[in-house]
Design a binder for this molecule. Structure first.
Ligand code: ZN
Length: 78
C-alpha cells in the first residue's frame, strides 16, 4: 500500500480534483424529458450523485441542505 494515491473526485462546480474523503457528496435531483410535444412526453427525475469540494459545498449551501434533510428525517421518525 502506497500513500499519496488516494482516490480523487472532481468537484461538479469548479472541476477541482479533491480527495474523496475531503469531498462533499450530494444527491442532486436532475430532471429529464423526452422533448416530445405529445402524450408520449415523459418527464422523470433522477438523483445523481455529485461531488463538491468543500468551498463549493459551502458556497452552494450544501451543508445547510444536508442539515435540513437530517432534521426532516428526524421529524418523520417521531
Ligand atoms: Zn469546487
Amino acid at each position: 500500500m502506497s500513500r499519496g494515491k488516494e482516490t480523487t473526485v472532481h468537484c461538479d462546480q469548479c472541476g477541482r480534483a479533491v480527495p474523496r474523503n475531503k469531498g462533499v457528496m450530494f444527491d442532486k435531483p436532475v430532471s429529464f424529458n423526452t422533448g416530445m410535444q405529445n402524450t408520449n412526453d415523459v418527464r422523470f427525475f433522477e438523483r445523481r450523485k455529485v461531488w463538491y469540494c468543500i468551498s463549493c459545498a459551502k458556497h452552494r449551501g450544501i451543508f445547510e441542505k444536508k442539515k435540513r434533510l437530517a432534521i426532516d428525517r428526524a421529524k418523520k421518525m417521531l
